[in-house]
Ligand binder design. Sequence first.
Ligand SMILES: [Zn+2]
Length: 253
Amino acid sequence: MKFIEHLGLAEKALIKEQIQNADKVLVGLGAGMALSAGLKPLPLDQRQSKENYWHFWRPYLEEQRFQQESNPVYDDLMTLLAGKDYFIIDANPDGMLYRSGVDLDRLYKVQGDLARAQCQKNCSHKVYPVRHSLQKLEQGKEKEICCPECGAPLVLNVYTDKDFCEAPYEKQKAAYFRFINSSDKERLVILEIGVGYTIPEMMRFPFEYIVQNHRNASLIRVNTLHPLCVEENKHKAICIACDAGTVLKTLVE
Ligand SMILES: [Zn+2]
């Protein structure tokens, strides 16, 4: 394992070479990416009353999903991936990648999207545009926003528990598996950024498994808190204990 705490010229050259030589690049983005870009953490574990729910979330939605200004950290990622056969699995439900021009066919939002609302009980596996909910509140037509099917509250279509509505992401989930499966005879680099142990079965564990079982796969892990990899993958990994934004900026400079 190559362990990097400071990104000097030699380290930068090593990482760039890995990415340049890759046939495919699989990118996994966790909360550490969003934090590095300056986004506020989403307080998804805070319970809100039905009346307060959408008022509470509105500022987060405007800032992280609906405003259009791109962020340099995400711009740098897309610059790094320019011309590569890439696929991104993003655990953040924000809109940052859209603003930086990601190819939508190459993106899987594994934990949902702040632009969508769903029934709290996921009664019908349907999603609704969040914009409509906010407009209804603004017009004062409704005090709380309810599921048109069963009357339960509408909530954000963001993963918090088993009632998450996965329907809008099925197509891209399949595309993600196709990307992995089509890489078995190619050089695959997994670039994992800011993925911790909150839900490790979504990315961190599968990535280690892929690297272990895929002859030509290697791992580049960027993580200030948990940079190390499993023993079995040490010969295939570069582990970087530096801030994601700093790493990406250095790589595209
Ligand atoms: Zn419902």
